[in-house]
Write a protein that binds this ligand. Sequence first.
Ligand SMILES: C[S@@+](CC[C@H](N)C(=O)[O-])C[C@H]1O[C@@H](n2cnc3c(N)ncnc32)[C@H](O)[C@@H]1O
Length: 212
Amino acid sequence: MRTYEQYWERRFGSEGMIWGTEPSPTAWKARELFLPHNVRTVFVPGAGYGRNTKAFSREFIVEGVELSETAVKLASEWDPDSEIRCGSALDDREPDEFCDAVYCYDLLHLFLEPERRKLVAACLNRLRPGGFLYFTGFSDEDPCNGRGESLEPGTYRYKEGKYAHFFSEKDWAAHFSGTDILETGTLHESLNGAAEGKHDYILRTMFARKKG
Ligand SMILES: C[S@@+](CC[C@H](N)C(=O)[O-])C[C@H]1O[C@@H](n2cnc3c(N)ncnc32)[C@H](O)[C@@H]1O
């Protein structure tokens, strides 16, 4: 098992439902945005233990992919209505069926530029033309932006053993050129992790439609 996978496996193994049970306000917001567009199926890459899929699984058919086997097991108990499989969201496999929408919470900022491109391409590949995307990622307005070693423009090793990309408004446009961006926003999110305690983050959000 690679170090990166071990990191998530260890965290879910020791901390369980790391960020509690309440979905992110962005999941409720995405649900509100999807509903009037007759969305039926939602794909969630990096679905974790189902904290956010649960905001969708009452109305929509939800499929997810998650790297950590332990998180997938937790998700099967917490949100049995969603179907979350173990694997990498970077693997671009031909979908059996296109989905109507993708919700991706705080996954994209975990990668360097080539992998970020891969993740966006894999998500677009699963999505039907005219389908919707709702993404979140660390904002360049977050206080951690610019801390630690610079790895590439906008990406920093902001903590021991952890790096992230901090998104500007321009970054959304650069990453999602295959879409029409319908709405962007900024949000202060508070997470109360069992091991980390309370953490405040500034996130950027983006709602877009795949061209087609
Ligand atoms: C910051 S967490 C967000 C979790 C989830 N979206 C939530 O809020 O509960 C990132 C998640 O993505 C998963 N992950 C990281 N890299 C991944 C990859 N390449 N493919 C699928 N999942 C991945 C991690 O295991 C973790 O569950």
